[in-house]
Design a protein around this ligand. Structure first.
Ligand SMILES: NC(=O)C1=CN([C@@H]2O[C@H](COP(=O)(O)OP(=O)(O)OC[C@H]3O[C@@H](n4cnc5c(N)ncnc54)[C@H](O)[C@@H]3O)[C@@H](O)[C@H]2O)[C@@H](O)CC1
Ligand SMILES: [K+]
Length: 516
């Protein structure tokens, strides 16, 4: 896994590198500007570098100097009213002395919006050096208007460090933001570049090492009074190694027993997808607990499973049959297609009280959302997998509020209930009960299709079953699900992609692991 950091953590790493280690700020800046220069040089006819007056702007001015000295047509556009940081003033002074063309929009007369529009379209490359990780409030006024104009023109836009307007801490857009073609960032990825909505505006994301002190070393050895370091990661293909290997001399008991409580009248498909996904992940035995009328059809589709039927769980005999199964099995997936009737409420309560490792999905989440009594029973071995609608019911907030700040919502839920949450979205956020957060980077738009969530809960259940580390099953399962979807998209395109195609490509992911 790879760490992703907040803007504040990035600042802390900056400060330690400069103040404790002694690498001068200007040396880091020179390297940062050089990295962007190497991406740009000789690629465009005319460059316009739009600069704020913080160190992001200073990077921009240093870049302009490099382009100028390389013989390219470059203009700096200054748009800040304030004098700027020490580094900014210094870079500007050097650039002026060397002869770089500088337009000071705020202080020069006779410059209006029309002039700016013409300037933007006259340059085929615009560099956004307005705001970086120092963004700390809503974008308004001139900055707002200029970002709008840059987004309107056809030129390529390179953002230095992060597109201006995206909050590096969580991906929120503070009023407006630059829609970049390419973003060149320094040190580590920032959450705002990986998480939606920010991710949508980053374009191609290039990460460059500019000589900061190693992040893990900084976090382990230096303390900051006002900064709480959070463990945020992305899963990468290397982490597939964390899927337990098959053992040559083994039997089905070696790979665990999973109880899948899924499906209700007219909803047998959900149980099939979940059960089958768990088997494709390598689960030893899957027992599907479902309404009696589903069993015949499921037996045909998934003869590898065993079945436990129920009709009315107020019946003592039926109740104890399920209680016995809960007792015998290693882990549980509950929710896909179970409906929200009285039987489901009983099943959810039984599963929660078993204390086992449980994946809680779909209608089981709706049951929990319907009554405070259940939410209080969540524990550290639960993994909830809500989509935006289910999350909205669970925490009683509007979907728009959740999709504007999914990262905050997921971590808030985890912190409140000490449970793992998988908030499903175009890039799913996982906040684990151990305190780690993950932003998923696999998957595609074709996976927004019926049954896709059922497959995910089966994959996570399957991973638990085969003995993957408890702290990693949720983020790893989400990553595998997305990767299986990516394989499916490669073969079929995104529009025709169906849940069964995700299922069929789980094996591709497992073979990829074998070839690592
Ligand atoms: N030594 C360093 O500190 C390095 C800094 N680097 C660059 O410096 C950037 C961070 O620099 P800074 O911390 O100076 O911050 P920024 O340059 O991102 O911006 C801070 C300035 O913008 C103002 N501001 C914040 N939000 C605003 C808003 N919504 N509207 C208008 N003004 C707003 C702040 O008051 C402050 O004056 C990084 O993103 C990176 O590009 C790199 O050069 C690497 C080395
Ligand atoms: K920027």
């Amino acid at each position: 896994m790879e760490r992703v950091i907040t803007g504040k953590e990035a600042k802390f790493i900056d400060e330690v590198t400069i103040n404790e280690i002694g690498i001068p700020s200007l040396v880091l800046m020179e390297k940062a500007a050089l990295c962007v220069f190497n991406e740009l040089k000789n690629n465009y006819y005319n460059y316009l570098i739009v600069c704020g007056s913080g160190n992001n702007g200073a990077d921009g001015v240093a870049l302009a100097r490099m382009l100028y000295q390389n013989g390219e047509n470059v203009t700096v556009l200054l748009i800040s009213k304030s004098e700027g940081t020490t580094e900014f003033k210094l870079q500007l002074d050097i650039a002026r002395k060397i002869g770089v063309e500088i337009i000071d929009f705020v202080n020069e007369d006779n410059l209006d919006e029309e002039y700016l529009e013409e300037l933007f379209s006259a340059n085929d490359c615009i560099v956004d050096a307005i705001l970086g990780i120092g963004l700390d409030r809503q974008v308004s006024g001139l900055y707002f208007d200029i970002i709008g104009m840059i987004n309107e023109c056809d030129s390529d836009v390179y953002a230095i460090d992060i597109p201006s307007g995206i909050c590096a801490d969580n991906g929120e857009i503070l009023g407006t933001c630059i829609n970049a073609t390419v973003t060149v960032t320094f040190g580590e990825y920032k959450i705002g570049q990986i998480a939606y909505p920010g991710k949508k505006y980053v374009g191609e994301l290039i990460k460059k090492d500019i000589g900061f002190l190693d992040t893990e070393e900084v976090f382990a050895n230096y303390e900051s009074e006002d900064l709480e370091i959070r463990d945020n990661y992305i899963i990468t293909s290397k982490d597939l190694e964390l899927i337990p290997d098959r053992i040559e001399r083994s039997n089905k008991g070696t790979y665990g027993k999973l109880l899948v409580i899924a499906g209700s009248k007219d909803m047998s498909g959900a149980a099939f997808f979940t059960g089958m996904a768990a088997y494709r992940m390598g689960a030893g035995l899957v027992n599907i607990v479902t309404s009696y009328e589903n069993i015949d059809v499921l037996k045909d589709k998934l003869p590898e499973a065993v079945f436990t039927g129920y009709n009315d769980l107020r019946d003592e005999c039926e109740y104890s049959k399920i209680a016995e199964a809960l007792d015998k099995y290693d882990c549980i997936v509950i929710g896909p297609g179970i409906s929200t009737d009285d039987n489901s409420a009983i099943l959810v309560e039984m599963a929660l009280e078993s204390g086992k490792n449980i994946v809680i999905d779909a209608d089981a989440i709706n049951v929990i959302a319907s009554d405070e009594r259940y939410i209080e029973k969540l524990h550290e071995n639960c993994i909830l997998t809500p989509h935006m609608g289910e999350m909205s019911r669970l925490i009683k907030r509007d979907i728009s509020e959740i999709s504007d700040s999914p990262f905050e919502m997921a971590t808030f839920f985890r912190d409140t209930y000490n449970t793992t949450i998988v908030l499903k979205d175009a890039n799913t956020i996982i906040a684990t009960s151990r305190g780690d957060n993950y932003i998923n980077v696999s998957g595609n738009e074709g996976m927004s299709t019926a049954g896709s969530g059922d497959v995910l809960s089966g994959i996570i259940g399957g991973l638990m079953c085969i003995g993957a580390n408890r702290d990693i099953v949720a983020p790893l399962g989400v990553y595998i699900h997305g990767l299986a979807g990516d394989y499916a998209k490669e073969k079929l395109g995104s529009a025709s992609l169906m849940a069964r195609d995700i299922l069929e490509n789980i094996s591709e992911v497992l073979m990829m692991k074998d070839n690592l």
